[in-house]
Design a protein around this ligand. Sequence first.
Ligand code: MG
Length: 248
Amino acid sequence: MKKLISGFTILSTIMMNAQIQIIAHRGFWQTNPATTENSIKALENAQNLRIYGAEFDVRMTKDGVLVINHDEHHGKMEVSETDFKDLEKLKLSNGENFPTLKDYLKQGKKDKLLKLIIEIKPAKTPELENEIVKKTIQIVKDLKLEYQSEFISFSLNICKEIKKVEPKFKIQYLEGNLSPQQIKAEGLDGLDYHFSVYEKNPTWISEANSLGLITNAWTVNDIEVYKKLKEQGLKFVTTNVPDQLKNY
Ligand code: MG
């Protein structure tokens, strides 16, 4: 019986490894009824899906508070040029408070099985970017979320700064303009590129896999695109339809 169980465990581990891991893009918000992207509710929905992770976007307010917001603006206010006390006057469209990174991570901590994929948005100067990196890492450490957190960024400076401050954190680059060899040479952990980049560079996924890099694609919402990437050996997808891809 024991042998049978361990055989089954190995088999299911192999099957798991063959599966692409699913990451919910800005949480799981395309629910019925839909909720707001990057809201705590969207993170909670992702937690209930039992997938690999949930992605969200980090920016810093003028007075140095880290918040969750995709766009440069929250309503008509530019996040980086506005104090938090003014930004929080405007609620999210689902009625939630404008979320801070701390509040978001506290919700993330409630489910240790869901990875928190922290995207740090590029800022206006490298100095500001480095400050955001420092503060983000501090909050992650204060909440003891080191083993649950991974990082992504379009800014090569942010990626390299994270590696400098805390080399054990996994960081993937988003911009799509560096080859797997270049990502390796920069000391980063992987590529997380728009799926069209892999269509233009059909050898990159296998090259990255053989270099031991993480391979991830955004934003894959189409089964046909998903199938092609899977055939090429992609390991992770970031998607607005995590429920559909999970059950595929
Ligand atoms: Mg993002």
